[in-house]
Write a protein that binds this ligand. Structure first.
Ligand code: ATP
Ligand code: MG
Length: 347
């Protein structure tokens, strides 16, 4: 019985100490886990702080870079604006120079063109003064035969003066026409008809000047071309000049080569994309490569005095430009010239 009582005490004691031990170990485990948790949270907090700091640093760095880049860009923009300004200034200077150059070229051309007929007028009028003195003397002497001869000379010289005066007049008129620019209203025009009429007029007027003149003329009209908005009087001038140049070129060649040569002038119209293309060709004297770049310059002519002022093509060029088109010449083979005009179908 006593043994059993001791046993119970021991057992209670063991039980209690076991529980204390269990509780203590639980407590220790709990404390350790709490400390670990705390440490983890601290570490996490530290990491956050570190990351925050590094983000702030990176932001600062970025802001600094953006500021630097902005500064650089501002500088580059300023430099670009400066270059653009300089470029505009140079362009204006170039345009001014170009204007002065063409003004100089033009003035030299005008002076040269007008000087020629003026020289004739001056020389012949001086000769006429002398002739009049001789004529007076002849009258005093009663030498009527001499007087009649002198009167004939005077008449011939006056004709020369008149011709050259007219030539100076036509040069001034041509210049005035040039300086007026292209005037007139665009109106729907039958382009094929207009070009064909100019061809007929030009041919007739060449025939009137030179009765022996003849050439074969070929026309190819694109009938699908409807009415084109054109300034008819101006376009007529372009066509008249191109045909008259072509007839002149074939006539020159005919005079040089005679019967072995068959002159030919052709006119073609066709639609070409959004453009109307007009081609005027001849197998005349051709244009050498050395002068082809000058033919559109005002006063450039290879024709003898009295036969051309050299304003036809430069005026034509202005007219075509005023229609939003373009004109150029090709003379690849010796003795074959083609003028090509491109006009926008709708202006
Ligand atoms: N079809 C052509 N064949 C050969 N040369 C040409 C032809 N068309 C033009 N030219 C050359 O171009 C030059 C300039 O032509 P442009 O029509 O401007 O003046 P021009 O005919 O000499 O005088 P203007 O037209 O004022 O009477 C001509 O003098 C000629 O040398
Ligand atoms: Mg001409």
């Amino acid at each position: 019985m006593q043994l059993l009582e001791i046993d119970i005490e021991y057992r209670v004691l063991f039980g209690i100490s076991g529980m204390v031990l269990l509780f203590t170990s639980f407590l220790i485990v709990f404390i350790i886990s709490q400390r670990k948790k705390l440490q983890y949270h601290r570490d996490l907090h530290d990491l956050h702080e570190e990351q925050k700091q590094s983000l702030i640093e990176q932001n600062l760095l970025l802001e600094q870079r953006v500021e630097e880049r902005t500064k650089e860009l501002r500088f580059q923009t300023k430099e670009l604006q400066k270059s653009l300004h300089e470029l505009k200034l140079t362009q204006l200077q170039l345009i001014e120079k170009e204007k002065m150059a063409s003004l100089g070229e033009m003035t030299a051309g005008i002076a040269h063109e007008i000087q020629n007929p003026l020289n004739f007028v001056n020389n012949f009028s001086e000769i006429n003064m002398e002739l009049i003195n001789e004529l007076k003397q002849g009258l005093e002497d009663g030498n009527l035969e001499d007087v009649a001869g002198l009167a004939d000379d005077l008449q011939q010289n006056l004709e020369m003066i008149n011709n050259h005066g007219k030539r100076a007049d036509s040069i001034v008129k041509g210049m005035l026409e040039h300086s007026k620019g292209v005037t007139g209203q665009k109106e729907p025009t039958d382009l094929n008809k207009l070009a064909n009429e100019a061809l007929q007029i030009s041919y007739k007027s060449f025939n009137q000047k030179d009765a022996g003149f003849s050439t074969s003329v070929n026309t190819f009209f694109d009938d699908s071309i409807s009415k084109v908005p054109l300034i008819p009087q101006s376009m007529q001038k372009v066509f008249l000049n191109l045909f008259s140049n072509a007839f002149y070129a074939v006539n020159e060649k005919k005079n040089n080569l005679g019967a072995s040569y068959s002159p030919m002038v052709s006119l073609t119209t066709k639609k070409n994309g959004g453009n109307i293309q007009i081609t005027i060709s001849d197998n005349g004297t051709g244009i050498s490569q050395t002068i082809i770049s000058k033919i559109f310059h005002p006063f450039f002519t290879t024709k003898p005095t009295g036969q051309g002022t050299g304003l036809g093509l430069s005026l034509s060029y202005d007219i075509i430009k005023a229609h939003g088109g373009e004109i150029h010449a090709e003379s690849a083979e010796e003795g074959h010239t083609t003028f090509i005009i491109n006009l926008p179908e709708l202006i």
